[in-house]
Design a binder for this molecule. Structure first.
Ligand code: KG4
Ligand code: ZN
Length: 368
């Protein structure tokens, strides 16, 4: 522990967070853990730079982070009315994510920490998502997390800080990725999720019957690649597809995804009850796909039926942001030792191995 940390008042820590693991450049200042307060939360999306490619291009993402990160950090500090001297630590995403972007954020954080003489906290991006509900809803451990974004689709049991169990994950595409690929296939713009949802409103979800992959198997794993292929087959049979057919396919796709998620959510809640019979289950949803109204209502219903609490943090904190990284930094900082300057960025970093080495973790790593 260095001297800056020992001087901190652990009831009130002010942490600068930096997030650059995908296509959002973000910086935020958060104070807590008692009566947590988001003093600033600046997010710059790179969507416009990636739209023409129909997905995030890692090299473009890394360059865009470099171009704007120092300005975003300055903005976050100014909005929080804070100088480098007034923060207690710098927290940055150290993985998992697109490595170029992670390097930019982590190296910037190291430079600030070194220059300002503050501790550095390397945060696992997924831990940021996992702990957000404690910032917004004061949620106690344990609880379930369903993370559904462009890069991740997983159920986690959040048992404590640094104590996570991955209960199930997609075995192929992440859900947001499946939405994006489906949109591309149907000629809809990127990002695909909002476009598919909008088309689905005009569609008949029952005209096409799409599979519910893996639901015949126990456990909490999911699969979305087959769904997308089934949709492609249906679309190819009817080529050229008219607008109504596109809408009907979107509605069928969305219904199938919502069906898979609500079935798996019911199973996850049963598992929670078995493990913790005396605790009311809570399920938190995070990630961009959580913006989808049909998915949200399917999850709300599944939670209600199971007598569980359903927590959906506001969208700005549900999708990638730096407030969640700063908050995870606060939660970690109050527990003790901080990270040393020698640590490396980790493109793959499964949350259930948070305290272990992840070098060489195989093909199916943390991105899912
Ligand atoms: O969490 P997020 O902003 O970024 C990461 O992937 O980390 O999630 C973006 C993903 C994209 O794949 C996008 O298509 C999807 O979330 N998404 C949606 C909706 N809004 C965004 N998927 C379904 N329905 C939506 N309304
Ligand atoms: Zn994320």
């Amino acid at each position: 522990m260095n001297s800056a940390e020992t001087q901190c008042d652990m009831r009130s820590l002010t942490v600068l967070g930096i997030e650059t693991s995908c296509d959002e450049t973000a910086a935020a200042v958060v104070r807590g853990p008692a009566s947590p307060e988001i003093l600033s939360n600046v997010i710059r999306s790179q969507i416009d730079e990636h739209t023409e490619f129909g997905g995030v291009v890692p090299e473009i993402a890394a360059r865009a982070h470099i171009e704007v990160l120092d300005r975003i950090v300055a903005e976050a500090l100014a909005e929080a009315n804070c100088s480098f001297d007034e923060i207690d630590a710098v927290a940055a995403t150290a993985g998992p994510g697109l490595i170029g972007g992670v390097i930019v954020g982590l190296m910037t954080a190291k430079a600030i920490a070194m220059a300002a003489g503050k501790p550095l906290i390397a945060v696992n991006h997924l831990e940021g998502h996992a702990l957000t509900a404690r910032l917004t809803d004061d949620l106690d451990f344990p609880f379930l997390l369903l993370l559904v974004s462009g890069g991740h689709s997983q159920f986690l049991m959040v048992r404590g800080i640094g104590d996570y169990e991955r209960l199930g994950t997609t075995i192929d595409d992440a859900i947001g990725e499946a939405f994006d690929k489906t949109a591309k296939l149907l000629g809809l713009p990127y990002p695909g999720g909002p476009a598919v949802e909008q088309m689905a409103r005009k569609g008949d979800p029952n005209r096409f019957r799409l599979p519910r992959p893996l639901l015949d198997r126990p456990g909490l794993d999911m699969s979305f690649a087959g769904l997308k292929t089934a949709l492609r087959t249906q679309a190819q049979k009817l080529e050229p597809v008219d607008d109504q057919t596109v809408a009907d396919l979107c509605a069928a796709f969305q219904k199938a995804v919502a069906g898979v998620l609500s079935a798996r959510t019911r199973t996850a809640l049963e598992l929670f009850r078995e493990r913790y019979p005396d605790i009311q289950p809570a399920i938190v949803v995070a990630g961009g796909v959580a913006a989808n109204q049909e998915i949200r209502s399917a999850l709300t219903e599944a939670a209600e039926q199971a007598g569980a609490r359903f927590v959906a943090p506001p969208m700005r904190l549900c999708t990638d942001n730096a407030a969640m990284i700063a908050w995870a930094g606060i939660e970690r900082l109050r527990l003790g030792p901080v990270d040393d300057m020698g640590l490396s960025p980790r493109p793959r970093w499964p949350l259930d191995q948070i305290s272990g080495s992840v070098l060489g973790s195989g093909k199916k790593g943390a991105k899912v």
